[in-house]
Design a protein around this ligand. Structure first.
Ligand SMILES: [Zn+2]
Length: 234
């Protein structure tokens, strides 16, 4: 029993190191996975660029329309007030045309403001995203080689510890190993606890005399009545 207890304690030590290493590997790999963000950002930057071009083109078209309409209104006014039209019917027709051209001009001028705002917003969004992308890409280029190296090294350390774990577990009786594995999972990495002066060092509860004497006799595996961990006499 004493022998088995020592085996379980050393197994627990390997498991503790293995868990820490696995956690480290997970953290490094999570950082490596963040690179997936770059193609997504690149795609979004391209969309923002296209949007900015579209907005700018729309604004330019609107400005051209406004210029043409202004010119048309001026021409019609010139005809009305310049005295070149003498026929009343023709004058009425020109006046009607001028009224409708004015209305069109007003509408076109009203949409100029929102179109300018939209073009400016699109340009700002494009600039912001382009800057973010450049920053991320630079950071990524700087950190990626180190992270890849660290991931590879940590992975190999995990594999070494896994082999060590398998080796340590081989010598533990199957029933005890099953209980140990169950406790390791349920008790967050601490399945085995030492007992000192009748106190379980994991949960700090004084063991009942019956358990204490069973532990001293050490003819079977004794677990803590409070936390359930496998007890090892000191
Ligand atoms: Zn306990």
């Amino acid at each position: 029993m004493q022998l088995s207890g020592d085996l379980l304690l050393s197994l627990q030590e390997v498991d503790r190191r293995l868990a820490a290493k696995r956690e480290e590997l997970e953290l490094v790999d999570a950082q490596l996975e963040a690179q997936a963000e770059i193609p997504v950002l690149t795609e979004r930057a391209e969309e923002e660029r296209e949007n900015a071009i579209e907005r700018r083109a729309h604004l330019a078209r609107l400005e051209t329309d406004v210029d043409a309409l202004r010119q048309r209104v001026d021409e019609l006014e010139e005809r009305i007030y310049g005295g070149s039209v003498t026929n009343l019917r023709e004058l009425t027709a020109v006046e009607e045309e001028q009224t409708s051209a004015r209305r069109e001009l007003m509408q076109a001028e009203e949409s100029l403001g929102p179109a300018r705002l939209a073009a400016d917003d699109a340009e700002r969004a494009r600039e912001d995203l382009a800057a973010t992308l450049e920053e991320r890409a630079t950071t990524w280029a700087e950190t990626a080689p180190g992270l890849r190296k660290q991931s590879k090294a940590t992975k190999s350390e995990v594999e070494t510890l896994e082999a060590e774990r398998a080796e340590s577990a081989k010598n533990v009786p199957a029933g005890e190993l099953a209980l140990y594995d169950q406790l390791l999972f349920r008790r967050k990495g601490v399945a085995v606890a030492r007992v000192e002066r009748g106190v379980c060092l994991a949960c700090h509860i004084t063991l009942p005399l019956k358990e204490s004497s069973r532990l001293r006799r050490a003819d079977a595996l004794v677990t803590c009545g409070n936390c359930g961990r496998i007890l090892i006499p000191s």
